[in-house]
Write a protein that binds this ligand. Structure first.
Ligand code: TYD
Length: 392
């Protein structure tokens, strides 16, 4: 049974960056639910994939050095451990991972045509389509089977998880490995990052819920790695139960035990999370209003989907946060979804004109602090809303 625990209000589509601000942009109600049987956490409203992921999708995996390095390291690890004859990436974005593999050994699936175009131009075989059973059957026909499937921050964006895993199982070879990577629900709960939820993040996985889901398909997790990406993610290594090539490692039990210890299997944990999120909203507004009263200016740093959830949940507009800045070409000179706040292109010293910078891309805090030493040296301060809002 799905039990409601948090209402994050009326929200715009998190990646709908408009060239001209319009109050009439599409909106939906963002409510969070916990399934008491499957232990899965999800949002209620499902926006069709074609509305969210199309040729205007602005998110680029290669936009930060943190992500580029992370993909490079993973590629070496995959080659060393699995040496796949064929790798398939679902949600290959602009090729941040594929770029590290030979063109005849890696194929991509990327429904956003603007992004698929990038890897196609580099001659990586790329399907610009949504991941479903039809596409999986098409791949099976052409490539027979795949011995390594990788998907980061994609499967949790697809509403029908049963079809997702049925399609994966169809093409995964008997001794193959499926690696998926998504934000960790445990980290999200610990950091109180309610901003991990938005229309694209239909689910935030825990190892507990994923294990329950995989059972239906005779699949199992055999290893788990904690990653710093996206504010704390888990990389799950999955295989067919019948596959004896890999042993189930202790890391799986360790993660599940940690999740149980932190109450991820209990509804009360999510009620607490909701209470903390309401408190966080109140505190954040108090801080911003005080800064405004002191006639100081704030810029948002990193126009992330997460920041869209925060600003729309807390009802913050340009009177409190004057502008945002972001390095993504597709986001520059557009307006933060749902808000009349213009996103300025990033320039060195852009922060000079502001007294505070709100860390929209809090998951890149280290990279950003290193880059903005001057701002900090000259008395500039960052504001974060996690785990509770404060000036840092
Ligand atoms: P990310 O946190 O991955 O986004 P989302 O919440 O949308 O999944 O994206 C980080 C955003 O921050 C991206 O739009 C690029 C931007 N950014 C900067 O503008 N400057 C920086 O130095 C860094 C690291 C990121």
């Amino acid at each position: 049974m799905n039990k409601f625990f948090l209402d994050l209000g009326v929200q715009p589509l998190a990646n709908n960056f408009l060239k001209k601000y319009s109050a009439k942009q599409p909106k939906y109600n963002l409510k969070l639910y916990f399934n008491t049987k499957s232990k899965m956490v999800s949002i209620s409203k499902r926006i069709p994939s074609s509305v969210m992921f199309n040729s205007k999708y602005p998110y680029r995996s290669s936009m930060s050095s943190t992500m580029r390095t992370s993909f490079k390291e993973l590629s070496s690890e995959i080659k060393k451990k699995f040496n796949p004859k064929l790798l398939l990436e679902i949600g290959s974005n602009d090729g941040a991972l594929l770029n590290n593999f030979d063109k005849d050994k890696a194929i991509g699936v990327e429904p956003c045509k603007n992004l698929a175009k990038i890897t196609k131009a580099k001659r990586y075989y790329t399907y610009d389509d949504y991941w479903d059973f039809k596409l999986s059957s098409e791949i099976k026909k052409k490539f027979k089977e795949v011995d390594l499937i990788y998907s980061a921050n994609t499967l949790t964006h697809i509403s029908n998880l049963n079809e997702v895993f049925k399609s994966l199982k169809l093409i995964l070879s008997d001794e193959g490995c499926l690696i998926i990577e998504d934000p960790s629900l445990l980290e999200c709960i610990k950091k109180n990052s309610y901003d991990q939820f938005y229309n694209e993040h239909i689910y935030v996985f825990s190892a507990i819920a994923l294990t329950n889901l995989l059972k239906k398909f005779n699949l199992e997790i055999f290893d788990i790695k904690n990653l710093p990406t996206h504010g704390g993610s888990l990389r799950y290594f999955i295989k067919k139960r019948s596959n004896k090539k890999y042993n189930v490692k202790f890391s799986v039990k360790k993660q599940i035990d940690k999740e149980i210890k932190n109450g991820l299997d209990k509804f009360i944990t999510y009620k607490d999370f909701a209470t903390k999120s309401t408190k966080s909203k109140k505190l954040f507004l108090e801080i911003l209003k005080k800064i405004k009263k002191d006639n100081k200016k704030i810029i948002g740093y990193g126009a992330t989907a997460k920041a869209v959830t925060v600003l729309n949940y807390c009802n913050i507009d340009h009177d409190l946060i004057k502008n945002f800045t972001d390095t993504t070409p597709e986001k520059i000179n557009t307006f933060l979804p749902g808000k009349n706040i213009k996103i300025l292109g990033y320039k060195k010293d852009i922060l000079k004109k502001y007294d505070y910078a709100f860390l929209g891309a809090w998951n890149f805090k280290k990279e950003i602090f290193a880059k903005e030493k001057n701002f900090l040296k000259k008395g500039g301060r960052f504001i974060t809303h996690l785990p509770l809002p404060k000036i840092i």
